[in-house]
Write a protein that binds this ligand. Structure first.
Ligand code: TPP
Ligand code: SF4
Ligand code: MG
Length: 299
């Protein structure tokens, strides 16, 4: 979340203003879809932080999960497949007083959008990115995604996936994300903490969420995760130690960690970009301050 001094639009005390709640549009997800837990967690995190809904923008790509911005009462931008982060960055640079949250799926973020994922993290743009990782393409009815496990029989891999899956947590650590967490939509209370702390964090905050697709992924189910997940917070993990974070990110099998893997501080893109020092672009005058020399050169 941007600190309150950076808010573009001076607002009355947050509690006096409407905070994010449910919208009039009801979720269209299959009954039991993991994404219900994620939308509930984002709503609760924003309520906890009491950020007025007019200061929040949810951005998404394409996929079942990417329908999420429709279901909350903040501003929203439902974009095109894989382009969550360029849009979210553009919104931050246009008005870095806003709280910007990117949302979407594993296919959207780690397949078609993976280049943006890496570059937004190395820039440390101050936004939060929540992925609903169901290890499948849900919207297009069950093809393999970049996080599908090897051997998984899907509509696009009838003899099983033969590619090594992407590990989003390890990729985020390697790309310079300054807050890296993993949650489970079957544990909403824990997820609210991870998302709220991510929004509070100054810099790029990544929350990868195990969010089972109950219709097309019969392997990585709620039961699969309930039997395996354990919390880093209760296992002596030190989130300031990147080597420990790396080691934990490699764990996959009978025990799978969730929680905060890593957190650090470094200057954000917005702090380093001189043009933004004069305030949000949205409030800066348009046009050139001194057009003379430019006109002399080009006309
Ligand atoms: C450029 C482009 N390529 C392909 C598609 C088709 N498409 C729509 S959603 C999707 C995958 C969605 O998977 P994921 O991001 O994991 O979301 P989920 O539905 O699982 O939540 C694909 C391939 C598209 N809409 N646009
Ligand atoms: S197809 Fe899967 S991801 Fe899509 S709404 Fe249904 S359960 Fe959720
Ligand atoms: Mg998916």
């Amino acid at each position: 979340m941007a600190d309150s001094s950076a808010r573009a639009v001076p607002s009355s005390p947050p509690t006096a203003l409407p905070v994010v709640g449910k919208s009039e549009t009801k979720p269209t997800w299959c009954p039991g879809c993991g994404d219900f837990g994620v939308v509930a967690a984002i709503e609760m995190a924003l309520k906890r932080l009491a950020i007025p809904s007019h200061d929040v923008v949810l951005v998404s790509g394409i996929g079942c999960s990417s329908n999420l911005p429709h279901f909350l009462s903040s501003y929203g931008f439902h974009g095109v497949h894989g382009r969550v982060l360029p849009v979210a960055e553009g919104i931050r640079w246009g008005n870095h007083g806003l709280t910007v949250i990117g949302t979407g799926g594993d296919g959207d973020g780690f397949g078609i959008g993976v280049g943006h994922f890496v570059h937004t993290m190395r820039r440390n743009v101050d936004l939060t990115y929540v992925t609903m990782d169901n290890q499948i393409y849900g919207l297009t009815t069950g093809q393999a995604s970049p996080t599908s496990t090897m051997g998984h029989l899907t509509k696009s891999t009838p003899t099983g996936v033969i590619e090594t899956p992407i590990d989003p947590v390890a990729l985020a650590l390697a790309s310079g994300a300054t807050y890296v967490a993993r949650g489970f939509s079957g544990d909403v209370k824990h997820l609210v903490d991870l998302i709220a702390n991510g929004i509070r964090h100054k810099g790029f905050a990544f929350d990868d969420v195990f969010s089972p697709c109950v219709t097309y992924n019969k392997i990585n189910t709620f039961d699969f995760f309930r039997q395996r997940v354990y919390k880093l917070e209760s296992s002596g993990h030190d989130p300031s130690d990147i080597v420990q974070a790396w080691q934990r990110s490699l764990e996959w099998g009978e025990k799978i960690p969730i929680g905060l893997f890593y957190r650090t501080e470094r200057p954000t893109y917005e702090e380093l970009e001189e043009v933004l020092h004069a305030g949000p672009l949205a409030l800066q005058p348009t046009g050139l301050r001194d057009p003379g020399p430019v006109l002399d050169e080009f006309v």
